[in-house]
Design a protein around this ligand. Structure first.
Ligand code: ATP
Ligand code: MG
Length: 353
């Protein structure tokens, strides 16, 4: 498996380097033969090469099996003609990474205000309400008169089918429970189609129990009894909002992992931003990036039928949980270690496998 590594901005280089070290050890232990190719994108690339994303990178990425991307600081990327492309957005779109998979889990040792949770939000990543994902012009919002805006939301049968399939497949290797989150009482046609497609795909997965919950009620349920949810599938904007809620309920944004997966390709990326306020201080939690990398291995293993990759991913997750329980973690998770020390302790654990 070939993985392109782009460390990103802010806390990216510190946290990605822990994930890279972990991948190197796990590759050796499970004989994965991982090849990691290092390059740069984002602010470093803008300074050195005048663009955040050099054109050769897209080809390099397409010739690899996966991408490990650090957080990108994108608030000042406004003008693509000045090389200010948001690499994350660009990869999602050009590689058609339609499933944004965001787990949220309360680890032993984490401080949380609510109950324990262990769930995964599967968010549709290519259509819905979000402007750049809908139309080539880059905007699905229109100013009809100076006082009236119309925003378009696109829902297609094919995109509903493929996201539903991803969610059911994930449910099959977890607790076999799927929650479909929607607003079909108001968005009757679009979310109606989304639910219908989930039901259609569900017929192929009779072992998975399915419940359908309206998005507003879901907010209450997930706060009141988060432990009852396993896999949650929903459309783009609802998934965006819901997955932030679940990440926060799980304990720390520093654990927020994600993978963006398509039919051919997947990109591992922490679900938080570049956290410039703590960059370079050796206090960022590297596990969001480690966990994302582990999800990339699991995705590849399942897709290729390579069980050693799935086992390697399970081993990484298991040792990450043990490290957190033993407080070999950063302060946000109740530990006392810095980023580098957390990484070193984790590598030591992996070396004992
Ligand atoms: P960006 O513009 O890149 O999104 P931001 O300033 O919004 O950056 P985020 O990365 O979104 O910052 O994170 C918000 C806050 O959460 C940060 O200020 C930081 O304190 C905390 N945080 C984020 N990631 C981590 C991490 N890996 N470890 C510890 N704390 C983190
Ligand atoms: Mg942010």
């Amino acid at each position: 498996m070939k993985i392109i590594v782009l460390p990103g901005d802010g806390i990216g280089p510190e946290t990605v380097s822990v994930a890279v070290d972990a991948l190197a050890v796990i590759s050796q232990k499970f004989r994965l033969g991982l090849k990691l190719e290092h390059d740069i994108a984002g602010h470093d690339s803008l300074k050195l090469h005048g663009t955040t994303l050099r054109p050769h990178l897209l080809d390099a990425v397409k010739n690899a099996d996966g991408l490990l991307l650090g957080p990108m600081s994108t608030y000042d990327f406004k003008d693509e003609s000045k090389g200010e492309i948001n690499p994350s957005k660009y990869f999602r779109k050009s590689l058609d990474l339609f499933a944004n998979i965001r787990p949220a889990k309360t680890f032993d040792g984490a401080q949380t205000r609510y109950g324990k949770l262990d769930l995964v939000v599967v968010r549709e990543n290519t259509e819905g309400f979000y402007a750049d994902r809908n139309v080539e012009s880059g905007s699905s919002e229109m100013l009809i008169t100076p006082d009236v805006v119309v925003s378009l939301r696109r829902i297609t049968r094919d995109c509903c089918l493929r996201i539903a399939r991803s969610a059911f497949e994930l449910a099959m290797i977890r607790r076999k429970h799927l929650t479909v989150v929607h607003k079909a009482n108001v968005l009757r046609i679009g979310d109606g189609m989304f639910i219908d497609m989930c039901r259609e795909v569900g017929r192929e997965f009779p072992e998975v129990t399915v419940e359908e919950i309206i998005v507003d009620a879901m907010m209450a349920h997930v706060v009141r009894a988060p432990e009852r949810f396993d896999v949650i599938v929903t459309t783009n904007m609802f998934g965006d909002i819901l997955s932030d809620l679940t990440a926060e309920l799980s304990g720390s944004l520093g654990m927020a992992a994600s993978v963006n997966a398509g039919a051919q390709y997947a990109m591992a990326q922490a679900a938080h931003g570049s956290a410039p306020d703590i960059a370079g201080q050796n206090i960022a939690n590297p596990f969001s990036q480690v966990w994302s990398a582990s999800m990339l291995l699991a995705w590849y293993g399942q897709r290729q039928g390579r069980s050693e990759f799935v086992q390697a991913s399970r081993a990484m997750d298991h040792h990450m949980a043990s490290a957190i329980a033993a407080r070999e973690s950063t302060r946000d998770m109740g530990g006392l270690l810095g980023t580098r020390e957390t990484g070193a302790a984790f590598i030591k654990r992996l070396a004992t496998i």
